[in-house]
Design a protein around this ligand. Structure first.
Ligand SMILES: [Zn+2]
Length: 348
């Protein structure tokens, strides 16, 4: 199928940059050099977005009959055009702020296209916002439940041609395990107070979809972090036809980042990530379906419900740096807060 697709000229951009910073640059990166590195990463994400837009437009005639589904061809044609245009405009301006006290430089606001299946910049920004929110919540829970243990578990199913069906199977399987724990206090998840699960899409060696689910499980202090691996594995296989589950104790906040950073993993040399065409197909299959790829359970409920990608801020606390995308690079410019406000951005 891939041979039917035309790809835009490639500059061999490193997809791994997609999950890099779209948030705070911690000291010592508050230097001018740190900001330049951050701009370089966003530039790569932006180039990837422009390539993706070209791939979508080049393959429009192929994409529409294959992936329109129950949408009319005209409507889907419009969606393809709009998505490509929004991708090209994404990151056209960036507003950074250096906090007066901490000296951390943060990306405060930007032009976001919010198409996280297609756009590495927006996917990284969404991940940054989610990871920050869950970090804060897990800190709070550790002090509220001293002795609670955090586990990371990865749930898999067999590779599939049916991406939507695979995602549904993962979500339903976990939901059933959770319901048994919640309603009767039984099943392999007994002792779990709360969880956050995150679907990630990669590609198997057989070129089929490999949707899988990362999770962080908050275990009650009484459980001492014990979970019966054979019971969990058997139950998971029975419910989903799945295969492996991997469980580890969460050792650092990097583990949380690993669990939540990708919805659609971009391809790096020779790994299981998705190239431009596959990511375009993910978008064609999933856009408009309102599938929650991140789902909290139990005491983690209420975190990161549709957080905006922009950060609200008080302009008095920051030295602001504004950049505009011009001729393939970010150039510094004057920030006009009143103009940004008129576009729906918000400031204290
Ligand atoms: Zn975007």
């Amino acid at each position: 199928m891939v041979s039917e697709i035309e790809t835009a000229p490639s500059e061999c951009l490193d997809g791994s940059e997609g999950a890099a910073h779209s948030g705070t640059i911690k000291a010592p990166y508050h230097s001018k050099k740190g900001l330049q590195q951050h701009l370089l990463k966003i530039s790569r994400q932006k180039h990837d977005g422009r390539q993706m837009a070209d791939v979508m437009l080049l393959n429009r005639d192929w994409l529409i009959p294959h992936y329109a589904g129950d949408r009319s061809f005209d409507l889907f044609d419009l969606q393809v055009g709009n998505a490509a245009a929004k991708l090209k405009g994404c990151g056209s301006w960036l507003l950074f702020g250096r906090h007066e006290k901490s000296l951390d430089v943060e990306l405060l606001q930007a032009q976001f296209c919010q198409q996280t299946y297609l756009c590495l910049f927006c996917q990284a920004r969404r991940a940054y916002r989610n990871i920050s929110a869950y970090q804060e919540k897990l800190h709070e829970l550790r002090s509220r439940y001293p002795g609670c243990v955090l586990l990371m578990a990865t749930f898999t199913i067999p590779n599939t041609v049916d991406l939507c069906g695979g995602i549904a199977s993962l979500k339903t399987g976990f939901r059933k395990l959770w319901d048994r724990q919640k309603q009767r206090g039984t099943g392999p998840l007994r002792g779990v107070l709360g969880a956050v699960v995150s679907i990630e899409i990669t590609e198997g060696r057989d070129r089929l979809w490999h949707p899988h689910m990362h999770s962080i499980l908050v275990m009650s202090p009484e459980s001492k972090g014990f979970i019966s691996y054979p019971e969990l594995r058997n139950e998971w296989c029975r419910l989903t036809g799945g295969r492996q589950i991997r469980i580890d104790v969460m050792k650092s906040e990097n583990d949380l980042t690993e669990a939540l950073k990708y919805t659609v993993k971009p391809q790096q040399a020779g790994d299981d990530g998705l190239g431009l065409v596959k990511r375009m197909k993910v978008w064609a299959l999933l856009s408009g379906k309102r599938i929650r790829m991140l789902q909290p359970y139990g005491i983690l409920k209420g975190v990161s419900e549709d957080m905006p990608l922009d950060l609200p801020f008080d302009a008095a606390d920051y030295t602001l740096f504004f950049y505009r995308w011009m001729f393939g690079e970010f150039v510094p410019g004057e920030v006009d807060l009143a103009k940004l406000k008129s576009k729906g951005k918000y400031f204290a």
